[in-house]
Design a protein around this ligand. Structure first.
Ligand SMILES: Cc1ncc(COP(=O)(O)O)c(C=O)c1O
Length: 478
């Protein structure tokens, strides 16, 4: 087996997991390299370069990381980038803020804040009215819908529903399935690594429909076993709802493969993209999932806004969760008819200022290029993993080779809540300790609580070094 370590930094190399389920074009675009370079990289680590398509498309089981020389240098000027985020300059308690809680919510670039301010000061009006400010708003909202569709590789803006966040997106699908699809004793599959918001809506759907919720176990590395998943799909399974990446373990799930397994048996797939969409380019066409939900506040966008993507045929099949203004064609005291998609899912006044500011965030994200920043974030994760794993009694939960930039850990015999306070008060580090909105997963892992450091492209290696020092000092304290 070839050496699968990536040693060099993001400047001249890029990481590819050959067994990931993307097409060649995805990788060449992601790493800005030619197909020839991709082939050379595959050849350099002992695989047949002419079979690069087969490796990438047919999803070989071997895990392999190769190095690709990129056409242009992938350079992140973090100092410059940080100037885009005013909050990062703040000094709570007199110390520079080290923000490692981006999995909870990210800070916002100035352009988004300014867009909101400018909109409220100069353009504000409710959409869908006749006056000119309203028309400007209507156009801007629909422009963001089109930008969002393009950003996530959806085939039509009609497949983009603006929600309050991932939670609402999941609830729309779960309740929609309970009402239209699920029958007594039907089965829904989720994993054991779920956030509460991908558990509770499905429990509600089970109560409504009589369906049964089943859970897919996780391996010691924090991955799921695809053979087990496949064997759990029965004639009664109607939907699999899974995270694109875990908010505790960091594991990135092979969504395309899971969709292929599920679709071969006529089962739908819903993806909770809350932790993945902020860190990697995603393409609905490529992943092939039926639904995908994410939250804008976790990716530099405004609060109170999320996106639910759905395949057209599904969105037409399920009923809306919320009834109200803008989602009905005709209303009588006895019944109402709904408009088409996406509006039928957007009852009530939408958060239009936030939607418009999210359009600005998409422009910003394209400029900084998630494909580049994700390489940088992987380096931060690698640095944190190496540093923390050297500290006596530190246990890291989630050791997949393919992770989002977050790390959850504890120190045997120590209270992680005390560590959280200590890191904040003494070192100025903001992170999160507790059950991490994953009580069932804590039981599976055999822990009460964990502490999680989650990184973003605006973090620096110096900040990661401070975290390692802080944890090391705490671990030695009596
Ligand atoms: C994996 C995952 N799913 C869903 C959510 C819920 O997101 P929101 O509260 O923005 O709806 C979160 C939030 O932390 C999450 O990490």
């Amino acid at each position: 087996m070839p050496d699968n370590k990536l040693q060099k930094g993001p400047q001249d190399s890029a990481r590819i997991n050959i067994n990931e389920d993307y097409e060649v074009r995805y990788w060449t675009e992601k790493f800005n390299c030619s197909k020839q370079k991709l082939k050379e990289a595959v050849g350099a680590v002992g695989f047949n370069p002419s079979k690069v398509n087969t490796y990438l498309k047919k999803s070989k089981t071997e895990k392999l990381t190769v190095r690709v020389q990129t056409k242009t240098n992938v350079k992140i000027d973090v100092k410059k980038l940080r100037r885009d985020f005013p909050m990062l300059a703040s000094k709570p308690g007199g110390k520079p803020m080290i923000y490692f809680d981006s999995a909870a919510t990210t800070h916002k670039p100035k352009v988004v804040i300014e867009k909101l301010k400018e909109y409220y000061l100069k353009q504000y009006a409710k959409p869908n009215e006749q006056h000119s400010f309203s028309k400007t708003t209507t156009v801007a909202v629909e422009l963001t819908r089109r930008k969002t569709a393009k950003f996530i590789g959806a085939s039509s803006p009609k497949q983009i529903i603006f929600t309050r966040g991932t939670t609402e997106g999941t609830n729309i699908v779960a309740h929609g399935f309970a009402d239209a699809i699920l029958n007594m004793a039907d089965e829904i599959l989720i994993t054991k690594m779920e956030h509460h918001s991908n558990i509770i809506p499905w429990q509600m759907a089970c109560v409504k429909s009589g369906a049964v919720l089943r859970t897919i176990s996780i391996t010691g590395k924090g991955e799921i076993d695809l053979n087990e998943l496949d064997s759990m799909i029965t004639g009664k399974t109607r939907i699999i709802s899974i995270p694109h990446s875990s908010h505790v373990l960091g594991t990135i799930l092979p969504i395309k493969k899971i969709c292929a397994l599920a679709h071969a048996k006529g089962v739908a797939v819903m993806v909770d993209g809350a932790q993945a969409a902020p860190h990697m380019p995603v393409s609905m066409k490529d992943l092939g999932c039926d639904f995908y939900a994410f939250s804008c506040h976790k990716m530099g966008g405004p609060t109170g806004l999320g996106v639910l993507y759905g395949k057209t045929e599904w969105l037409n099949k399920i009923a809306p969760l919320i009834g109200g203004a803008e989602m009905a064609d005709t209303v009588t005291f006895s019944s109402s008819t709904y408009t088409g998609i996406p509006k039928k899912f957007e009852g009530g006044t939408p958060p239009f200022a936030e939607i418009i500011a999210f359009g600005t965030l998409i422009d910003y994200t394209k400029k900084i290029n998630l494909a580049n920043t994700s390489q940088y974030e992987v380096q931060l994760l690698k640095q944190a993993t190496e540093g923390l794993s050297k500290i006596k009694n530190v246990r890291i939960f989630g050791t997949s080779d393919n992770k989002e930039p977050l790390i959850s850990f504890d120190i045997e015999g120590k209270d992680v809540k005390k560590l959280e306070r200590y890191l904040h008060n003494k070192w100025g580090i903001a992170l999160r300790a507790g059950e991490l909105t994953a009580q069932p997963l804590m039981k599976v892992l055999g822990v009460k609580q964990l502490i999680r450091a989650s990184f973003c492209y605006y973090n620096t290696p110096q900040e990661v070094e401070t975290l390692i020092k802080g944890v090391e000092t705490f671990a030695k304290m009596k």
